[in-house]
Ligand binder design. Structure first.
Ligand SMILES: CC(C)(COP(=O)(O)OP(=O)(O)OC[C@H]1O[C@@H](n2cnc3c(N)ncnc32)[C@H](O)[C@@H]1OP(=O)(O)O)[C@@H](O)C(=O)NCCC(=O)NCCS
Length: 210
């Protein structure tokens, strides 16, 4: 048994902590968050400081998870955790399923009722959120977020930093680039280049006007 430090005390952080608590691996779960006034005061979890205090609160035997939904912010904090020497946890909720021959990078979370099927590889700091499914032999880079209820068919490739929006679907064999945003509810049936935002059914590029 050991202590888990959860960085990020918003709604996502509480979901991740709840999954971690159900594993009976951690005897203590504490939070770091830069906005203590929004933190939970329900007595369930304790905030021990702000994210800037990370290095000063580490104790031998601790591990850490960065529980921030925004991919870029999560990536930055993961870099900092790695630089501190603190091990990154990988958390799979008890109700989630991960098939054989799958690889989950450090700092990756698979949340309640999600499924990751045989042969799929996820990089560092990915989120497979509540009820999302990632079918067989997919390859996800680092810091990818598959939002709640999104579904990826088999053999899908997703580049680092990409966000698949809530309830989106991606057809089998599709390749999605880095730093892409797939809008909520989209159906992706063609490959998507790096950096694009796509929305709709079928998903089409949305040009930024700002
Ligand atoms: C695609 C997305 C990133 C665009 O966000 P945005 O830049 O703030 O866009 P806006 O809300 O200003 O909308 C701009 C236009 O795009 C349309 N649009 C936005 N999201 C859309 C979507 N998912 N599908 C279809 N159209 C969408 C809006 O209707 C609007 O159209 P209009 O110009 O004709 O009025 C966002 O709407 C989205 O879907 N995010 C995913 C959210 C999510 O999955 N959250 C999960 C949290 S765990």
């Amino acid at each position: 048994m050991s202590r888990l430090i959860v960085i990020g005390g918003g709604g996502h952080g509480r979901v991740v902590a709840d999954s971690a608590r159900g594993l009976d691996v951690y005897d203590t779960i504490v939070f770091l968050d830069d906005a203590p006034d929004r933190m939970m005061d329900d007595g369930e979890f304790t905030v021990i400081g702000s994210c800037t205090e990370l290095e000063s609160v580490i104790r031998p035997g601790d591990s850490c998870i960065v529980a921030i939904g925004d991919n870029r912010n999560r990536a930055g904090l993961i870099e900092r955790v790695l630089a501190s020497g603190l091990p990154l946890a990988t958390i799979v909720d008890r109700s989630a399923s991960v098939g054989s021959a799958c690889e989950l990078g450090p700092g990756t979370v698979v949340l309640p009722q999600a499924a990751v099927n045989i042969g799929t590889k996820l990089g560092i700091g990915c989120i497979v959120n509540t009820g999302a499914t990632v079918d067989h032999d997919c390859q996800l880079g680092d810091h990818v977020h598959v939002a709640p209820g999104a579904h990826l068919g088999g053999d899908v490739g997703v580049g680092s930093g990409t966000w698949i929006g809530i309830g989106a679907c991606v057809r089998h064999g599709i390749s999605i680039g880095r730093d892409v945003v797939v809008g909520a509810g989209a159906a992706v049936v063609d490959d998507v280049d790096d950096g694009l935002t796509v929305v709709g059914v079928p998903a089409r590029r949305r040009d930024h006007t700002a």
